[in-house]
Design a protein. Structure first.
Length: 367
């Protein structure tokens, strides 16, 4: 374990608040660090290098310290498309766990990764310090095939932030794919609006769908959807096979959905099956609201047939996808600005069709 000096609060303050060269008085340093500056500062100033700054000048006459921003990219290596490289993937996992509290190991080792998730990372001394991933997304959008790039897993190690690393990676990804796709999009919380504006992305509304209350909570008919036994490997294999060749049950249907669908549902916790429909759904109940996130079946089914086979008391039903035209009469569309969780950002004129056509990206397609 590395033990930092008494000036560590100062280094952290600089990392959080500064992006360019600056100067502090001795009094300001004491106020920030909680200790006065003394001769030990000369010994410990090297600790600041890991935060991207260096002590450039100490003026005893003016009682000031000048700090300079360091360009660290020259010591970094850009690595990409390495999910089958154990060493690099483990390094990515380390930063992902630290930033988002999950990793990709079980997803890759379980055989669910199929190559459409491509990380682009800066690496220094064997450590992934910043990452932006490109997800190749193929959709059937109101009957028209579209190829989008969804940007995700945007993160930078806390000791390397405010150096523009993520922005450089996003710019690199855009350059790589701008002639190969119909547009770029991503989901981010509202605190990131300014950052993505600087990256050339615009905010866009989606339309989120709910089922009209008169179609909710009716007495079930037919064979009720039953939870899949999480230990039933045969049923899990059937589900996986069906995910690969599922009929389109959304006006914005992801065609290459297997990887992301299994990222969210590999444990089969919220997967249900109705034998007479030969259909799976991914759903959960929150108080009196049914959250229907996905319909998976080889042959297209009506939303009414699905709802008529769901047991339990619910008075509301929210969809995690855009219903097909045949089911629109049952649904209400509401403009959704992401205020509950995230905001949709896009780049490329073609992406404006999402709002224009009142579409909603499948929640199980978020990367």
């Amino acid at each position: 374990m590395i033990i930092m000096s008494k000036y560590n609060p100062l280094w952290k303050w600089i990392n959080k608040n500064k992006t360019d060269d600056f100067k502090l008085t001795f009094a300001e340093i004491e106020n920030i660090a909680g200790v006065p500056i003394d001769h030990s500062f000369l010994t410990f100033k090297k600790e600041l290098l890991q935060y991207g700054f260096r002590v450039a000048k100490i003026s005893m006459k003016e009682q000031t310290v000048t700090f300079e921003k360091q360009e660290r990219q020259n010591n970094m290596e850009l690595v990409s498309d390495y999910m089958h490289d154990d060493t690099l993937r483990h390094a990515l996992n380390e930063l992902t766990r630290k930033t988002f509290c999950f990793d990709f190991e079980s997803w890759v080792m379980g055989g669910y990764f199929e190559g459409d998730y491509i990380p682009y990372s800066f690496m220094e001394n064997g450590k992934i310090i910043s990452n932006v991933s490109a997800n190749r997304m193929t959709f059937l959008q109101n009957g028209v095939e579209k190829h989008y790039i969804q940007i995700g897993t945007v993160m930078t190690d806390e000791n390397y932030r405010k150096q523009g690393l993520a922005k450089k990676l996003i710019e690199h990804v855009i350059k790589q794919y701008e002639n190969e796709c119909d547009g770029f999009y991503l989901f981010a919380n509202l605190s990131a609006v300014d950052f993505y504006d600087k990256c050339g992305f615009s905010k866009e509304m989606e339309y989120r769908y709910a089922v009209k209350e008169e179609f909710c909570g009716k007495k079930p008919t037919g064979e009720i959807f039953m939870p899949v036994n999480t230990a039933d490997e045969q049923m899990k294999q059937k589900y996986m096979n069906m995910v690969r060749c599922s009929a389109s049950n959304s006006s914005l249907e992801q065609l290459n959905k297997f990887g992301l669908q299994m990222f969210y549902t590999a444990d089969m916790e919220n997967v249900y099956y109705a034998k007479d429909l030969d259909c799976f759904i991914v759903a959960e109940m929150e108080e009196d609201t049914l959250l229907l996130q996905s319909i998976i079946c080889e042959n297209k089914v009506l939303l009414s047939d699905v709802l008529s086979r769901i047991g339990g008391k619910y008075h509301k039903c929210r969809l995690g996808f855009t219903p097909v035209q045949e089911d629109m009469h049952m649904c209400i569309a509401e403009r959704y600005d992401g205020s509950d969780d995230y905001r949709l950002f896009y780049r490329g004129q073609e992406m404006e069709s999402i709002e224009r056509e009142k579409l909603y990206f499948l929640e199980l397609s978020h990367a």
